[in-house]
Design a binder for this molecule. Structure first.
Ligand code: DC
Length: 226
């Protein structure tokens, strides 16, 4: 993208295992714009608060500990107080912690501030649960990715095998069910498509097929391409 091009913001939301991070990252590469994984921000905070033994109900301690957290992102690597935690936070245990602590409004406010700050003067693809509905409701386009729960569990299971983790498919399926329920039923910024989101069911689509669908939408809306 040239300097004169207008800033574009793309929101990609969806449940765990819907493929949103892979799609968002690839899309950002194709468009040559930035990528931000908002789930990673919740994971970093969940990891840190758990490390410090913070009870999610103890809001005074949550507030104090949040002030100690400094997050930096360089070349898609995520740093917590200067430590590179990119790989560490991919663990499914940290995903559960993120899901639990993300129900606290102090936590959500901190994450939303970071996202808004990063995306204020740059073109970006942001993925998450509430980007199109709450964080960047003025995004140029909102995509909501879904897939059957079995397919999402299968994808996560394959990812874990690649990282030499030996959780069973059944374990991962149960975990995803729990996460869906937590993320969709919470009162603050629950997982749901924005009214003007394009919903894409990725169950039987390849990564390239999903990317092509999105690129076509971007062309149709004259956001990118001829
Ligand atoms: O996308 P992920 O699986 O890495 O996200 C981990 C958890 O963080 C997810 O279960 C709920 C929370 N989250 C959120 O509440 N809002 C977002 N925009 C992104 C993630």
């Amino acid at each position: 993208m040239s300097e004169e091009d207008k800033i574009i913001r793309i929101a990609i939301d969806g449940p765990a295992g819907s493929g949103k991070s892979t799609i968002a990252q690839n899309l950002a590469e194709i468009l040559q714009i930035n990528y931000l994984n908002s789930g990673a921000l919740y994971r970093i905070i969940g990891y840190y608060l758990d490390l410090k033994g913070i009870n999610p109900k103890d809001l005074k301690s949550v507030e104090r500990r949040l002030e100690e957290i400094n997050i930096n992102i360089r070349n898609n690597q995520y740093f917590l107080n200067r430590e590179d935690v990119t790989d560490l936070i991919k663990d499914s245990r940290i995903g559960d912690l993120a899901s639990m602590y993300s129900q606290i409004s102090l936590v959500r406010n901190k994450v939303n501030k970071i996202i808004k700050n990063i995306s204020k003067d740059t073109s970006i693809v942001v993925d998450g649960r509430d980007i199109g509905t709450v964080v960047l409701p003025d995004s140029d386009i909102k995509i909501f990715l879904t897939a059957s729960i079995e397919e999402r569990a299968k994808r996560r299971w394959e990812e874990e095998k690649e990282r030499n983790k030996n959780s069973s498919y059944q374990q991962i399926l149960a975990e995803i069910k729990r996460r869906d329920s937590n993320d969709s039923n919470r009162s603050l910024a629950p997982l749901k498509p924005a009214k003007d989101a394009f919903i894409i069911d990725t169950t039987s689509l390849s990564i390239d097929q999903v990317l092509n669908k999105i690129l076509n939408l971007l062309k149709e809306k004259k956001i990118y391409g001829d």
